[in-house]
Design a protein around this ligand. Structure first.
Ligand code: HGY
Ligand code: MN
Ligand code: MN
Length: 410
């Protein structure tokens, strides 16, 4: 079949229209999961999919599936998709590119009256970001069986709002059982969110692996007291202890190079008053590495440090592991379909591993999966200035179309 290509203007327009939902002053998007803005984005996606002739279903954890029938609808679908929720300082492309590239594939198949052998589906996965409700990748995690539906529905955000209540409130507590089902192949198109494709001047990242992650909640308890009358040796300063822990997280990452990452992104101080010694700090720790043995070593180094910290700073430290998944190896068959797609269109490409978590990492538990990366400007993401070139957006979507057609007609 002549290589059909997607309609780049239409895809770009859809991205810019979607970007208006939760648009921020600095040109990014703040569309936290299960908020009214998330609902608005979901409703728009569903409307677009129905206009493209798809039937749409929603599962018990709010994942959305838009289905385009093929010749043999008893075959497992060839699926693509990503997420519509963003970080608080999110951009226009993280997650959304993968969702709307999938929609563009559907629209292109319609335009050309292409009938695939297997059905094709585009999916939106709930709470990929894990910002408002931790951990991340909840929608795909429940379907994969990494989390139970009950534990996820019971999660609360910083204001004590329940995940399950918020899901109902926005009208996306669906009927479809949120559990594994046969998927012929899953492809997720995504911006790289790192600097390597741009540095190597490559258009397409053929993603062969997703690095592993470990997330922790830490509570450090000292004792509030007066900033002016409490001698230094008598203090129980929770924030001074947290500062040491933050330095240690950085040290653990820097001493496990290459590739190790260590981040403290969330921190709350109580009572947060300039002339009271902080009595309590709650904070997050995020450790990552593409090699599980090293990720375990980093975990041990963190635990040992937290065991010794109380003696040094006279506080209590509670380190609570809340999430872990090992590095994910993607499917050769899907990796080859992506590489073939890049070659067919003559796009420069290179193998790369995913530094961020993605829903494809959990779908890979039960279906052949891989990802397609495109560069983003200066590798910046989770930032309102996140940017991608239209030419790369089009290239990524053309490769997605080719890879899906290859699998859908295999
Ligand atoms: O944290 C991550 O890797 C993803 O952006 N949720
Ligand atoms: Mn993402
Ligand atoms: Mn993200």
């Amino acid at each position: 079949m002549k290589h059909i290509t997607i309609n780049g203007d239409r895809l770009w327009q859809s991205l810019m229209t979607m970007a208006k939902i939760g648009a921020t002053e600095k040109g990014g998007c703040c569309r936290l999961t299960l908020t009214d803005l998330d609902k608005e984005a979901r409703d728009l996606f569903v409307q677009w999919c129905e206009e493209a002739g798809c039937t749409v279903t929603v599962d018990q954890v709010g994942n959305i599936f838009a289905r385009r029938p093929g010749r043999h609808n008893d075959l497992p679908p060839i699926m693509t998709g990503s997420h519509l929720d963003t970080q608080p300082t999110g951009g226009k492309f993280d997650g959304v590119f993968g969702v709307l590239a999938g929609l563009e594939v559907l629209r292109t198949l319609q335009d050309h009256n292409v009938e695939t052998k297997a059905p094709v589906e585009v999916s939106v996965w709930t709470n990929e970001e894990g910002s408002r409700f931790a951990p991340a990748m909840m929608g795909s995690g429940v379907v994969a069986g990494r989390f139970t539906l009950e534990e996820i529905l019971a999660k609360t955000d910083i204001d004590g709002k329940l995940f399950g209540e918020e899901l109902k409130r926005i009208g996306y507590a669906g009927e479809l059982p949120a559990r594994q089902r046969p998927i012929g192949a899953f492809f997720e198109a995504h911006i790289e969110q790192g600097p390597y494709l741009e540095a190597e001047k490559k258009t397409i990242g053929v993603v062969n692996k997703g690095q592993g992650q470990r997330w922790y909640d830490v509570t450090i308890t000292g004792r509030e007291s007066h900033a002016g009358t409490t001698p230094m040796p008598l203090r129980h300063d929770a924030l001074a202890a947290a500062a040491r822990l933050i330095n240690q997280v950085e040290r653990i990452a820097n001493t496990n190079q290459p590739h190790a990452c260590g981040t403290v992104g969330f921190l709350q101080v109580h009572p947060n008053s300039r002339n009271t010694i902080p009595g309590q700090v709650t904070m997050s720790v995020d450790l990552r590495h593409p090699d599980d043995t090293i990720l375990s070593k980093m975990d041990r180094e963190l635990k040992v440090f937290c065991e010794h910290l109380p003696a040094e700073v006279n506080v209590e430290v509670k380190l609570e592991p809340i999430w872990y998944y090992a590095p994910v190896i993607f499917s050769e068959q899907c990796i080859n379909a992506v590489r073939e797609g890049a070659r067919t269109h003559g796009y420069s490409h290179m193998d790369i591993f995913a530094g961020a978590g993605h829903d494809a990492c959990y779908i890979a538990d039960f279906a052949p999966a891989s990802m397609i990366f495109i560069p983003c400007e200066n590798g910046i993401s989770h930032n309102e200035i996140e940017n991608a070139e239209a030419a790369d957006i089009i290239a990524g979507c053309n490769v997605l179309l080719s890879a899906m057609l290859e699998r859908a007609n295999a």
